[in-house]
Ligand binder design. Structure first.
Ligand SMILES: *Cc1c(COP(=O)(O)O)cnc(C)c1O
Length: 427
C-alpha cells in the first residue's frame, strides 16, 4: 500500500473532512521555499506551511544547531532546572520584544501561549484582590483550538459544537477601515459597564489571520489600547501569526505607540522548525504573582516546557533575524507585493486587495458571502495545487505569505499562477 493510502487508513488530519478525502501529498524533503514529494515533484510553499516557516525549509543553520543540541541535551524538567538555550532565548526575545516586557513563560504552541496569557491576566486581577474576569476580543478573531483559546475566538463554525461550553466573552468589531469609530464606541460601552467587570482585552494586532487576513491600521488599534489603559484593562497581543517579521517589523506591536501588557508567540518563533510557544509579560504582571502565599503561584506548565531542542531552534532562527539580509528580503517581498497589488487592482472580480509587510490578500467577488466556507474555495485550491503552488485560500480569500528566502523569480511563479487563475475565471 502507498504511504498516502496507509495514511488515511490511520491518521486523522487537522481541519480535514475525512470522508472521501483526497490522498494527501507525501512530502519527503524541503529546501528553501520548495517542498519535494515522493515522486520528485516540487511544490512552492507560498503560505509558509500554515504561516510558520520564516527562513525556508530544512535551513542548514537551524538544522545544525538543532542537531548539536539534541546530541547534547534533549530535554530536562523545567521546574527547579534550566539550561543555557532557554536563558539565551529569553534574553534575546526580551531584546526584541516591546520595551516593557520583562519575563518569558514557555509552552508548546500558539494555543497554549494564549491559554497562558489568559491565565496570567485573570489571575493577575485575582492576586491583586480586584477580581475582574471579563474579557473583550474581536468578533472574528482566531486565537487557537483549546477551550480558552476557542472562547476568546469568534463564534463561527469552528467552535459551534462546543459553544455551550465556552466562557462568556464580549466581542467588538475589529477596527477595519471604515469601522474604527464603531469599534471604539463598542469598546467604550463595554468598559464603561462595570457589571461586565472587564480586566482583559485580547487581539490579533493589525491582521486577523484565520478570519481571512483581515487588516486594520495601527492608529485605530492604538486608540483601543489607549482606552484599555485608561480603564485599567490588561492588553494581550496575540502575535502568534504576526510576530517574527511577518508585518515588516519584528512584531506587529512595533507599529503601535502603545505597548501590550502580554505578548503571545509561536509559529515563527523557531523559524517554523518545531513546536514552541512563549508568553511574555511586563514586570507589573510578573510581580503580582510574587508572594509568600503559595496560592498566588501561576500553576501552569507542560511536560515539554522550555524544551532545549526547541529553544535551540528558536535561537538559531534569531541568528538569521540578526542578518541584515533577512530584513532586506522582508522589505523586498513587501515591495513586490505592492507592485503586484497594483496590477491586481485592475482585474475585474478582484476585491478588497490589502497588504501588510509580507502578507498580500484579496477576495474573489462572489455571490455567496466572503467566508471560510465559500464554495469557490475547493476549486481555487485545486487550480494552484495542480500547478504545484501551495496556496490555501480561506474561502474566497486568496493570500500569499511566503518564507522570507523566496526569490523574485519564485514570487513571480506564484503571481503568474494567480494571474492565470483570474484569467481562467474571466471567461
Ligand atoms: C495559529 C494561531 C494560533 C494557534 O496556534 P497553534 O500553534 O496552531 O495552536 C493562535 N493565535 C493566532 C493569531 C494564530 O494565527
Amino acid at each position: 500500500m502507498s504511504i498516502s493510502a496507509k495514511d488515511i487508513e490511520m491518521i486523522w488530519h487537522p481541519y480535514t473532512q475525512m470522508k472521501n478525502v483526497d490522498l494527501p501529498i507525501v512530502i519527503v524533503k524541503g529546501e528553501g521555499v520548495w517542498l519535494i514529494d515522493e515522486n520528485d515533484n516540487k511544490y512552492l510553499d507560498a503560505i509558509s506551511s500554515w504561516w510558520v516557516n520564516s527562513h525556508g525549509h530544512a535551513h542548514p543553520h537551524i538544522a545544525k544547531k538543532v542537531s548539536e543540541q539534541v546530541k547534547t541535551l534533549e530535554h530536562v524538567i523545567f521546574a527547579g532546572f534550566t539550561h543555557p538555550k532557554a536563558v539565551e532565548l529569553a534574553e534575546r526575545l526580551l531584546r526584541v520584544l516591546p520595551m516593557n516586557q520583562s519575563s518569558i513563560f514557555y509552552s508548546d504552541n500558539g494555543s497554549t501561549a494564549v491559554e497562558v496569557a489568559l491565565k496570567m491576566s485573570i489571575q493577575y486581577w485575582e492576586n491583586k484582590k480586584k477580581p475582574k474576569n471579563g474579557i473583550v476580543a474581536f468578533r472574528d478573531s482566531y486565537h487557537g483550538d483549546t477551550f480558552g483559546a476557542m472562547s476568546v475566538s469568534g463564534r463561527g463554525a469552528f467552535v459551534k459544537p462546543f459553544e455551550s461550553m465556552l466562557f462568556d466573552v464580549q466581542f467588538i468589531d475589529a477596527p477595519i477601515p471604515g469601522k474604527e469609530k464603531d469599534s471604539l464606541a463598542q469598546l467604550e460601552a463595554i468598559l464603561d459597564n462595570s457589571n461586565l467587570n472587564i480586566g482583559t482585552f485580547i487581539y490579533e494586532p493589525l491582521i486577523q489571520g484565520a478570519a481571512g487576513m483581515v487588516m486594520h491600521q495601527p492608529d485605530a488599534l492604538d486608540l483601543l489600547i489607549a482606552f484599555c489603559k485608561k480603564k485599567n484593562v490588561l492588553t494581550i497581543a496575540d502575535e502568534v501569526m504576526t510576530g517574527f517579521g511577518r508585518t515588516g517589523k519584528f512584531f506587529a506591536s512595533d507599529h503601535l505607540a502603545a505597548n501590550p501588557d502580554i505578548v503571545c508567540m509561536s509559529k515563527g518563533l523557531t523559524g517554523g522548525t518545531m513546536a514552541l510557544g512563549a508568553t511574555s509579560c511586563s514586570r507589573e504582571i510578573f510581580s503580582a504573582f510574587l508572594s509568600d502565599d503559595k496560592q498566588k503561584t501561576l500553576f501552569h506548565g507542560h511536560s515539554f516546557t522550555g524544551n532545549p531542542v526547541a529553544c535551540a531552534a528558536a535561537c538559531a532562527s534569531l541568528d538569521l533575524f540578526d542578518l541584515e539580509e533577512t530584513w532586506l528580503n522582508i522589505e523586498r517581498i513587501s515591495s513586490c507585493h505592492r507592485q503586484f497589488a497594483e496590477k491586481l487592482a485592475k482585474v475585474e472580480g478582484v476585491e478588497n486587495i490589502r497588504q501588510t509587510g509580507t502578507i498580500l490578500a484579496f477576495e474573489l467577488s462572489s455571490d455567496e458571502e466572503t467566508s471560510y466556507f465559500n464554495p469557490k474555495r475547493d476549486s481555487i485550491y485545486k487550480f494552484f495545487i495542480e500547478r504545484k503552488i501551495i496556496l490555501r485560500p480561506l474561502g474566497n480569500v486568496i493570500y500569499i505569505l511566503p518564507p522570507y528566502c523566496i526569490t523574485n523569480d519564485e514570487l513571480n511563479l506564484a503571481y503568474t499562477a494567480i494571474t492565470g487563475f483570474l484569467e481562467s475565471q474571466a471567461t
